[in-house]
Write a new protein. Structure first.
Length: 227
């Protein structure tokens, strides 16, 4: 059976850029929809899209606020790639903190954008061949359905948090270095630092409550999920 055509939502108030992206991404085989503001984008059924390209600086609701709403209020895990001219480390960390999966700086080449989109979509398709469930007490991670539950209550995680938790549970008791986590969870062409790992771990610990205490950090070794 053929793979469905990936649906991408482009959210940016620069109409010329949207036209360029729409034309080039369509040429690459993607199905595109354009919104020129976060307000317009939020009227769509966002769970129908495979990926969102989201501008950070827009009039009205910013890209960061829209992403935060998608993750917290709507509890959707649709991948988000931020597009912005802001490249300071704090801006990049803010993007990841609100649930971004990747970050591309303006101006960018279409080739780079396509490569990042394909990398993010590929990660989302990995490990879906068979049902795989990792358990620790009442904590349950289902790799196939991409869900996390504690006492049958669904816990909303970003894609990065989910992948880190899955990795730690898969290698339970073993320390995994920050560098290895970066290499596995972030694509090779994404410029991030080990600080991104720490930020995601901190959020993950908070979200899974008492189980967060089992994520141990050890200087020079990395992180492990252990009793």
């Amino acid at each position: 059976m053929d793979n469905p055509i990936p649906k991408i939502l482009i959210v940016d108030d620069e109409k010329d850029l949207c036209e360029i992206l729409e034309f080039n991404l369509s040429s690459e085989g993607f199905q595109t929809t354009v919104a020129h503001s976060a307000e317009q984008a939020l009227k769509f059924s966002l769970d129908e899209f495979d990926l969102i390209l989201l501008d950070v600086m827009m009039g009205g609701i910013s890209g960061y606020k829209m992403a935060d709403r998608i993750r917290k209020e709507m509890q959707l895990s649709v991948p988000i790639i931020f597009m912005t001219a802001k490249t300071a480390e704090n801006d990049i960390l803010t993007g990841f903190n609100v649930g971004g999966d990747d970050y591309i700086s303006k101006p960018f080449s279409i080739k780079e954008m396509v490569a990042r989109i394909k990398a993010v979509l590929k990660r989302g398709r990995q490990e879906t061949g068979q049902v795989r469930v990792y358990k620790e007490g009442e904590l349950e991670v289902d790799v196939n359905s991409k869900t996390v539950k504690i006492e049958d209550k669904i816990i909303s995680l970003t894609r990065k948090e989910f992948e880190i938790l899955t990795m730690l549970l898969k290698h339970q008791g073993q320390y995994i270095s920050r560098e290895e986590i970066l290499n596995r969870v972030w694509s090779d062409d994404v410029i991030v630092t080990e600080r991104n790992v720490d930020v995601n771990i901190a959020r993950l610990r908070k979200k899974i409550g008492d189980y967060g205490n089992k994520i141990k950090g050890k200087s020079g070794f990395g992180y492990a999920f252990k009793n």
